[in-house]
Structures are given as structure tokens and as C-alpha cells.
Design a protein around this ligand. Structure first.
Ligand code: NAP
Ligand code: MG
Length: 411
């Protein structure tokens, strides 16, 4: 059998625990037999990050800048417990945060839609992709707790010494204060990434905030989104029959529930934190049925599964148990990365392969009704078999072989 050639490599970023185990099974069984895979490999196993003082994480991110496209396995973000468990020098920061920072990227999370998993919202037919702004707001906020009546003022002092002051309402008793910020350039990057993703996936884009109340802060977000859209995207959106809509945040929630889906919802940092979890569980009820793609305004791309390292399953696997961990998110991390590589290089065979593999997964769950435990919990009956990870991968491979032959993709 002739394998599909690749012109340029993808950056492969390895990770931890059960996600790592599945990562290699998927690569060996579902990718390598079909694709003459070219990768630049970075091992972000928590011990390797420790040994390199986390330099490997920055190197992996820099590699994505060179090659454009990366695929990433879930990685441990160490806390005190993990430092002890793995004997680490310290609690290294989240690799995803580091990579996002180097690439200035925005994360897009989308549900994998299956016919036998009915969304909690019955109108939803198409994905709602949540794009979360990952800079500033309450995540970089400061607070004061005060214990008697008083007054408070916000002071901005510029590098050239100009001052702007705003008074808060009179403080009548004990209470709390919070202040936070954002930067035009970060908002602009976020807007660009959101519109780019919409264009790439042929989806409308929504942005929602509360500018009627937050007349400076949210209004600035709204203004920048509109500027970026008008100057850089309007023409192409209109040519593709796509729309950009600004809504008040409460209106957006209501509209989203009444909609049939099929749009990118660009959200401020906190809204995205909440909405992405809500949308994920309302769509599918399993973290493994979710894709996660990072896109930067410069066009750097990274895909991964939305779930973590699935720690509890890993401990059971270490004991010799065959777990029913769902590899769907891991498979889609690979397919999205390969599809993106194929699109950029004009490699239609690689794009077709990636689509065939996604269809093989869907066929396994929807038609064969073979699935892992997490999916069986939320799927509509009948269910033919609840299987282990390896059995699921075998079932997907059978469908993949059939689809590749039917579509003559390897010829
Ligand atoms: P997790 O790996 O997302 O798993 C949480 C729970 O969700 C699992 O225990 C399992 O539930 C279920 N689950 C997640 N993925 C599944 C899959 N593929 N198949 C079946 N069930 C699945 O989160 P965690 O266990 O709380 O975190 C473990 C580590 O992952 C942490 O060290 C964290 O830092 C890291 N993490 C990394 C990323 C990333 O790299 N992007 C993201 C999140 C977390 P049951 O046990 O009930 O079956
Ligand atoms: Mg959240």
C-alpha cells in the first residue's frame, strides 16, 4: 500500500499519562500505516519539562512558528501534589499558557456532533464554537476588601506622567472593590483570530458584551471588533455569505439557545470560561467529544483534544486494567492538524485522509454503535458494544480501511 506523502512536517508535541498512551496507539494504528508522516517531535512529558527547566515547551512553540502547524497531546499542569508525585524541581506553569503566549493565540473549542447523541438543547444541529479571549479581565484583576466607610478612586498614570482619575461611588460601609484591564492590541488579535477561524470554517461570528452598561470597557471591545471586521474581513465575509453580529451578552445567550448552532461565539475571558463548559456539556456530555484548536493572528495553528491527561484512567491502566478511555478527542487532534497541513500545502490527499478518519470514528459510534463508556452514558439506545480503548481503535480502523478504499484515497 502506498502511503500518503507529506511535503512539510507538523510539530508533534507529546504529553502525559493516559492521553500519551492513547496518543501513541492512535499514531501507530490510525496514522502511520496510511501517511508517510513527517513530524518535528517535542516531548513535553512532565519529567522532560523538568529536566529542561521547561525550555522544551518554549522550543515546541517556536517550532510551530517555523512550520505553521502543530498537534499536541494533553499535558500535566503540575501543582504541589504533582511536584511530589513526579519529583519535580517546581510547579512549572501550564504548557498551554506558555504556548498560547508565544503564539499570541486564541483557543476555539467545538463539539463533535454525533447523530445518536442528542444535545440538551434540542434545536442545536450544528456546532457552536466558543472562542475565548485569554488575556486580562478578572484573571489579571486586583481587589481590595475594606472594613469601614470610605472612598476609592481609580488612577491611571501614563509613562509621560499624565494622570486620569475616576471616583467610585461613595463607599457606605464594609465591602469589596475590583479593578481590571485589557489592551487594544490583545483585543485586536483576538478579533482577528475569531474572524479568521470563521472564514476558514465558513461560520458566522458573534461577539457579545454589555456595552450599554460598561460604556468604556465593553464598548471598547465592541468598537475594536467592528473596526477589525470592517477593515480586514467584511469583504471576504460577504463574498462567502457569512455574517458578523454584535449582541448584548444576555441577548446572545437567549439567541444561542433558540438557534440551530453553526457559529463562532467570540467571548470575553470570563464569558468564555463559563460558556465553553456549558456548551460542551449541553452538546455531548463527554469531554472527549470536543475539539480544541488554537489559531493566532499570524496564522499559526495548533490542535489538541479538549480533555486533560485522564489521570484516573492512567492509574488503572498502570495496574494492568484495560480501560474504556475515549480516544476520539486524540484522533481529532491528529486529523485537524493533518487537515490543516494538507490545506496549506495543497495536499488534497492528506485532507481527504483526515476527513475519512473523522468519518470512520463517527461511523463507529453512529452506525456500528460501538463506543467507549463515557459515550455510552449519554448515547441514545441501541448500543451494540461498550469497548476498551484498543477495541474502539480497532473498530475505527476497520471503518477507515473501508472508507479509504471506497473513496479511492490511497490510489
Ligand atoms: P481530564 O483529564 O480532562 O479528566 C477528567 C475526567 O473526565 C476523567 O477522570 C474522566 O472521567 C473524564 N474524561 C476526560 N477525558 C476522557 C476520555 N478521553 N475518555 C473518557 N473519559 C474522559 O482532567 P483531570 O483528570 O482532572 O486532569 C488530569 C491532568 O490533565 C491534570 O494534571 C491537568 O493539569 C491536565 N490537563 C491538561 C489539559 C491540556 O493539556 N490541554 C487540559 C485539562 C487538564 P471518569 O474518571 O469519571 O471516567
Ligand atoms: Mg471553565
Amino acid at each position: 500500500m502506498r502511503r500518503i506523502p507529506m511535503d512539510k512536517p507538523v510539530v508533534e508535541i507529546d504529553g502525559d499519562e493516559m492521553a500519551r498512551v492513547m496518543w501513541h496507539w492512535v499514531k501507530e494504528k490510525l496514522i502511520l500505516p496510511y501517511v508517510d508522516l513527517r513530524v518535528e517531535y517535542y516531548d513535553l512529558h512532565v519529567k522532560v519539562r523538568d529536566e529542561t527547566d521547561d525550555r522544551v515547551t518554549v522550543e515546541a512553540a517556536e517550532a510551530i512558528k517555523r512550520h505553521g502547524v502543530g498537534v499536541k497531546c494533553a499535558t500535566i499542569t503540575p501543582d504541589a501534589e504533582r511536584v511530589k508525585e513526579y519529583g519535580l524541581k517546581k510547579a512549572w506553569r501550564s504548557p498551554n499558557a506558555t504556548i498560547r503566549e508565544v503564539l499570541d493565540g486564541t483557543i476555539f473549542r467545538a463539539p463533535i456532533i454525533l447523530r445518536n447523541i442528542v444535545p440538551a438543547v434540542r434545536f442545536w444541529r450544528k456546532p457552536i464554537v466558543v472562542a475565548r479571549h485569554a488575556y486580562g479581565d478578572i484573571y489579571a484583576g486586583v481587589g481590595i476588601k475594606f472594613d469601614e466607610p470610605g472612598e476609592a478612586e481609580l488612577v491611571y498614570r501614563s509613562v509621560s506622567g499624565r494622570e486620569v482619575r475616576v471616583k467610585l461611588p461613595k463607599l457606605e460601609g464594609p465591602g469589596v472593590i475590583q479593578a481590571y484591564h485589557n489592551l487594544d492590541e490583545s483585543i485586536r488579535s483576538f478579533a482577528r483570530a475569531s474572524f479568521k477561524y470563521g472564514l476558514l470554517n465558513k461560520l458566522d461570528v458573534w461577539f457579545a458584551a454589555k456595552d450599554t452598561i460598561s460604556k468604556v470597557y465593553d464598548a471598547r471591545f465592541k468598537e475594536i471588533f467592528q473596526e477589525v471586521y470592517d477593515a480586514e474581513f467584511r469583504e471576504e465575509f460577504e463574498r462567502n455569505g457569512l455574517k458578523y453580529e454584535y449582541y448584548l451578552i444576555d441577548d446572545a445567550y437567549a439567541r444561542a439557545v433558540r438557534s440551530e448552532g453553526g457559529f463562532v461565539w467570540a467571548t470575553k475571558n470570563f464569558d468564555g470560561d463559563v460558556i465553553s463548559d456549558l456548551v460542551a456539556s449541553a452538546f455531548s456530555g463527554s469531554l472527549a467529544l470536543m475539539t480544541s484548536e488554537l489559531l493566532s493572528p499570524q496564522g499559526y495553528y495548533l490542535s489538541e483534544a479538549a480533555h486533560g491527561t485522564v489521570r484516573r484512567h492512567y492509574y488503572r491502566w498502570l495496574q494492568g486494567e484495560k480501560t474504556s478511555t475515549n480516544p476520539t478527542g486524540v484522533i481529532f487532534a491528529w486529523t485537524r492538524g493533518l487537515r490543516e497541513r494538507g490545506r496549506r500545502d495543497g495536499n488534497s490527499q492528506l485532507v481527504a485522509f483526515a476527513e475519512a478518519l473523522e468519518d470512520a470514528v463517527k461511523h463507529t459510534i453512529e452506525e456500528d454503535r460501538i463506543m467507549t463508556q463515557d459515550v455510552a452514558r449519554v448515547a441514545e439506545p441501541p448500543i451494540n458494544a461498550i469497548v476498551t480503548t484498543e477495541e474502539f481503535i480497532e473498530a475505527v480502523k476497520r471503518n477507515l480501511d473501508r472508507i479509504l478504499e471506497k473513496r479511492r484515497i490511497l490510489e
